[in-house]
Design a protein around this ligand. Structure first.
Ligand code: SF4
Length: 189
């Protein structure tokens, strides 16, 4: 009953909190910065293209950090590039989010042991909110990571810190090992 039955034109009323409206607006128009660092960026571009169509989530890349609220670190962060990544991050307005895409950006990836020129995880220089594993992660994984960022925004409230929102998000998430075990038991039964 209500909004859907009567229609918007008949002066309906919706009651919600300011937090809900602000969060809904922000999570429905995430603007990532359009830059990529290595092979993972190709998957990121594919996610933006017509097959996966990120614009249905309100997500489309911007070409300036000053208009972006999300940084997707897609690829190998070399020592030389790390300085530029920090500069771009600092140019983004708050509230801003960082998604680390792929093993290189998460922990150094294939360069972990012998890559003297590669940063062993972008979280050594900027704070990361969501990590997407893989080498490279498929577009579906990136979309999953973006949906986690949206969930994080949904958890935020005026007066609570990002750390508290992340904690609430972690409490809500299920342990992947438990999910695998549960599915195995269903298959065995
Ligand atoms: S994680 Fe793999 S695919 Fe992604 S940038 Fe590194 S080497 Fe390339």
């Amino acid at each position: 009953m209500g909004l859907l039955d009567a229609g918007i034109s008949k002066h309906n009323v919706v009651i919600t909190s300011v937090d809900n409206v602000l969060n809904w607006a922000r999570l429905s128009s995430l603007w990532p910065m359009g830059f990529g660092l290595a092979c993972c960026a190709i998957e990121m571009m594919a996610t933006n293209a017509s097959n996966y169509d990120l614009e249905r989530f309100g997500i489309f890349p911007r070409s300036s950090p000053r208009q972006s609220d999300l940084m997707i670190v897609a690829g190998t962060v070399t020592m030389k590039m790390a300085e530029r990544v920090i500069r771009l991050y600092e140019q983004m307005p708050e509230p801003r989010y960082v998604l680390s895409m792929g093993s290189c950006s998460n922990c150094g990836g294939p360069y972990w042991e012998h890559g003297y020129h590669v940063l062993k995880g972008v979280d050594r220089v900027i704070p990361v909110d969501v990590y997407v594993p893989g080498c490279p992660p498929r577009p579906e994984s990136l979309i999953g990571g973006l949906m986690k960022i949206q969930e994080l925004i949904r958890m935020e409230q005026i007066g609570i810190s990002r750390a508290e929102a992340l904690k609430k998000l972690a409490e809500k998430s299920s342990d992947p090992q438990q999910v695998i075990e549960r599915d195995r038991q269903v298959v065995r039964a």
